[in-house]
Design a protein around this ligand. Structure first.
Ligand code: FAD
Length: 323
């Protein structure tokens, strides 16, 4: 059965986020040869449409409005809902990002359909779409067959590979003149936290510190290691609660979910709430003084030792490899 799939493209500072391409790939798979319609919402975003075609979108619908320059729950919900009503798709895919987690339940409620959230894998079996998603903070996975119409899911970033980029692919861009109105929230100004380096949620390498780093200065060797690996620094809630770093770095059940190629946990015990945010990483390296630490249960490579000795040694060795 072919399906029309609407996917939401996400932008940040006038560039497309990877989740947009991952959503297109998921949409393409579910469409079974049908059409993937990517939706771009914002201001002056139409030039980004071509990149969506390069990654597999068949059609791009844009809604440009100065009121949509920054994300707002009611503004984006109105815009996306109007497109879904017009397109009447058989499936909707949104990223399980901060934005997606906010907008998807609102859209589901407006459409009066169910939503399968935080999907890590999609299969097609006998015409059915089967979604895999974590439960019990990532301790187990469940498979759900969705029979609703439309099939609506949010997909976890960094789990579904984007399609190969094809710069010769083009398609039709449709600009919709929907007027968003009666906004209950208006973003007056966006003040960004100054975070250095790579975006944590999209990083291929994450070096994370826990209470074991012992102070804000204790993060310095981790930052150096992250830098030589071209990665980002993350943290456990233990480290954030102790004021060693900002909460924007927190990984876990109540923080960010990351799935990098390489996750290096330094001085993190491996509480279930932390594992919920990183256990799907491709390769996990744990550095901990305590050989009984729970983090070693999920680690592919474990180093029992003092992080203040091990991390600088790793940094030096990696620097040598790069020479
Ligand atoms: P600890 O458990 O104190 O572990 C520190 C580790 O560092 C120890 O294993 C120790 O052996 C090691 N260590 C110490 N010194 C060194 C050294 N020099 N070298 C090497 N190793 C060293 N936690 C999260 O991380 N993310 C969440 O999103 C999250 N959400 C939560 C939600 C709820 C509702 C609750 C109840 C808790 C949540 N927590 C979360 C907290 C979680 O339960 C743990 O308390 C927290 O993860 C512990 O952080 P930690 O591993 O850094 O600290």
């Amino acid at each position: 059965m072919t399906r029309k799939v609407v996917v939401l493209a996400e932008t940040r500072e006038q560039t497309l986020r990877n989740i947009s391409f991952e959503s297109i790939a998921a949409g393409k798979y579910i469409s079974e040869g049908g059409e993937v319609v990517a939706v771009l919402i914002g201001e002056s975003i139409t030039p980004l449409a071509n990149e969506l075609f390069h990654y597999g979108a068949d059609r791009v619908i844009t809604i440009e409005d100065p009121l949509l320059r920054n994300y707002s729950s009611d503004g984006y919900t109105q815009a996306l809902h109007s497109i879904i009503e017009k397109e009447n798709p058989q499936s909707i895919i949104i990223g399980h990002t901060a934005l997606g987690k906010d907008i998807a339940p609102r859209i589901a409620a407006k459409l009066d359909v169910g939503l399968i959230s935080d999907v890590t894998e999609i299969e097609l079996v006998g015409g059915n779409v089967i979604f895999t998603r974590p439960i019990y903070s990532g301790k187990a996975f469940e498979k759900k067959i969705c029979t609703a119409n439309p099939i609506f899911a949010t997909i976890r970033p960094n789990n579904i590979n984007p399609l190969q980029k094809d710069e010769n692919r083009t398609g039709e861009i449709e600009s919709l003149q929907t007027q968003v109105k009666d906004l209950r929230t208006v973003i007056k100004e966006v003040v960004r936290k100054t975070t250095e380096g790579v975006d944590l949620s999209e990083a291929k390498v994450v070096v994370a510190g826990g209470r074991g780093v012992k102070s804000p200065e204790g993060f310095e060797p981790l930052k150096e290691l992250a830098e030589v690996l071209g990665g980002a620094v993350g943290a456990s809630r233990g480290a954030c609660d102790a004021d060693y770093c900002d909460y924007s770095l927190q990984i876990g059940q109540t923080g960010k979910v990351v799935t990098p190629d390489l996750y290096i946990a330094c001085g993190i015990s491996g509480a279930i709430q932390h594992l919920a945010g990183m256990s799907n990483s491709k390769v996990i390296v744990a550095i901990n003084k305590d050989p009984e630490a729970n983090i070693f249960q999920v680690a592919d490579y474990g180093i029992v030792g003092d992080l203040f000795e091990v991390v600088p040694m790793l940094t030096e060795e990696i620097k040598k490899l790069k020479l």
